[in-house]
Design a protein around this ligand. Structure first.
Ligand code: MG
Length: 397
């Protein structure tokens, strides 16, 4: 066998206690951390087998996180009291399959770039050990917490040891067995154990995000990164804009109306230069209002013959394009239709779906409501339909 991946997931993550779950099983935007880590390796052509080491008490959590993977994912094995013991248990489980190489990886490192994994594998062609590292960027001080600085450690030549840590399989298995037999149990990573055993381990500097989820702040950050369509830096400078719109069209003879992009058979039609969709017109003005970019009449003048009979979704799509051109996105939209007839409720969800499609957002972010005006005013006299709309836009400040 070629390359095996050994995922170490046996820790209890005492620094992150969220819903009583060990950190490798916490939900990150719909997927457990462990599943995201498995995905790093499960889709690679250069990894042949994945072995996870778990805490024996976490079998139920593991089964839920690992559901649906193919035969390349081996049944989990139980770990021990220390990371070193757990890794050895995983190596012993892989031994019957005799892989050439093994990549040992922290379950709590779900963002490792694919290039970093490839670079560690490549480095094993010329060295029995290779580990992902990133430079130390902070200045390092020596001393006791809250006490005076004893010294400054030159950061030149210092690297943060991360995972994956790759090894020739037989070499690292032998090293682990020797360490166990010698009673050496204090190794915090496999490179340190390999160094102790006299194996050469090379540093493989990797680029990109390779964070290990360790603290509650890491969990918050990871969730924010996965759920925001913007980077964290951009998110910090986003502001929320609100716009409103209002429109009225009168009834004329006809047999249908267009409302919120949806065609409804009716005893009259709405009169207008375009298709007279009051809902779309009000919402278009709301979106334009949120970014302070004029109104529908300015961008699509009724005097321009090319908009005669036009489908109004073009107007809303144009407003959405203007939001995107400024690096923004629509957060939600809400439309209220004022009329005695037609009845809106049977068409409400079709309208919401159509608006969501045009706006490029999910349907749960779109509201469509209707009200009569109790027989009062022009809508009460069934002379026309009015629409009000509000849109929220998220925009880089
Ligand atoms: Mg109009």
């Amino acid at each position: 066998m070629g390359v095996a991946a050994l995922i170490v997931a046996a820790g209890r993550g005492v620094r992150v206690a969220d819903a009583g779950l060990p950190k490798q099983y916490l939900d990150l935007a719909g997927k457990p951390v462990l599943r995201r880590t498995l995905d790093l390796f499960a889709h690679r052509a250069d990894v042949d087998r994945i072995q996870v080491v778990i805490h024996p008490g976490d079998r139920f959590l593991y089964d839920r996180a690992a559901v649906g993977y193919g035969p390349g994912l081996a049944p989990p094995v139980g770990g021990g009291a220390t990371r070193q013991i757990s890794v050895l248990a995983g190596l012993e489980a892989l031994a019957p399959f005799d892989p050439d190489r093994v990549l040992i990886h922290d379950a709590a490192r779900p963002f490792t770039p694919a290039d970093a994994i490839g670079a560690v594998i490549a480095a094993l062609a010329s060295s029995p050990g290779a580990i992902a590292v990133q430079p130390v960027t902070d200045t390092i001080k020596r001393g006791q917490g809250n006490g005076p600085i004893v010294g400054t450690v030159p950061r030149d030549g210092l690297w943060r040891a991360q995972t994956p840590q790759g090894f020739h399989f037989r070499s690292i298995l032998d090293a682990h067995r020797r360490a166990r037999d010698a009673g050496s149990t204090g190794f915090t990573d496999d490179a340190a154990l390999a160094e102790w055993a006299g194996l050469e381990v090379v540093l493989v500097p990797v680029e990109g995000l390779n964070m290990k989820i360790t603290t509650p702040e890491d969990v918050t950050l990871a969730r924010a990164m996965l759920t925001q369509p913007f980077s964290v830096a951009e998110t910090c400078t986003l502001e929320t804009r609100i716009g409103n719109g209002f429109d009225v069209h009168r009834f004329a003879s006809g047999d249908h109306v267009w409302l919120c992009g949806h065609r409804i058979p009716h005893s009259a039609s709405l009169e207008g230069h375009s298709d007279a969709d009051v809902g779309l017109h009000a919402l278009t003005d709301a979106v334009l209002g949120a970014i302070g970019d004029g109104d529908i009449g300015q961008h699509f003048p009724p005097s321009d013959p090319q908009w005669k009979g036009a489908a109004s979704h073009h107007f809303l799509a144009d407003a959405v394009r203007r939001v995107r051109a400024r690096g923004g996105r629509i957060v939600n939209a809400d439309v209220t239709l004022l009329c005695e007839a037609p009845k809106i409720a049977p068409h409400r969800d079709a309208m919401r779906a159509r608006l969501a499609e045009i706006l490029g957002i999910t349907i749960d972010r779109v509201g469509v409501k209707a009200t009569t005006t109790e027989g009062l005013g022009f809508t009460g006299r069934r002379e026309g339909i009015a629409a009000m709309a509000v849109a929220t836009v998220s925009l880089p400040a």
